[in-house]
Write a protein that binds this ligand. Sequence first.
Ligand code: M6P
Ligand code: ZN
Length: 187
Amino acid sequence: MKTHEIINPPNLFMHNLLIGDEVQKSRRRLGDLTGLFQDHQSFEVTSPDELVYEVYSYIPADEKSQGQLNFGVTRLYPGKIGREYFMTKGHFHHCEKSTEYYWGIEGEGLLVLMDQERHIRAEKMFPGSLHYIRAGIAHRVVNTGSTLLSFGACWPSDAGHNYDEIACNGFSARVLEISGIPQLISL
Ligand code: M6P
Ligand code: ZN
C-alpha cells in the first residue's frame, strides 16, 4: 500500500474574489477609456480618476503556451456617461479560435457580443448566468444596474486581447438608458 501526498491548492478564489500574491490586478479609470463613450461632452466633465472596473487575474502559464487556462474576476462599477452605462473596453481574441467562459457573480448587466461581420446580440448577466463566448466573437460587459457587477472569466492562456479593432471601429451597438430602461441601440 502506498500513501500519496495530498496537496493544498492555492486558495485564491475566496468569497468570489481573487486574492493573493499570485493574482495580477489592473484598474481601468475613465482616463484610460478615452473615446469609448458616445457622449464626449459628458465624458469631459467627469473626473478621469473615476474607477470604472478592476480585473483580478490568475495567469499560471506563459501567454504563448497552448492548452493552458487563465482565470479572472472583473468588478465593474455602476455609472453612466450621459445615457451610456459603464462598460469594459471589450475585445476580440488575437487567436481567433479561442473561446471563453464568463459567468455572473453579483449585480446585473449585459454581455454584448459581436461577430466579425459586426452582427450584434446581448445576453443578460445576473448571479449564476453562464455565457459561452464562441470563437471569433468580440465581448464587452455593461453594468446596467445601480450596484457593482462582478463576473468570472476563464480563457485560454494564448488567446491574447485584440483591442485594435474595437479601438478603431467600436461595437456596432451601444447600451443606453432610454425611458429609464437599458436598451441595445444600433449606431
Ligand atoms: C475578463 C476577461 C479578461 C479581460 C477582462 C476585462 O476578466 O475577459 O481577459 O481583460 O474581462 O475586459 P477587457 O479586457 O475587454 O477590458
Ligand atoms: Zn476574452
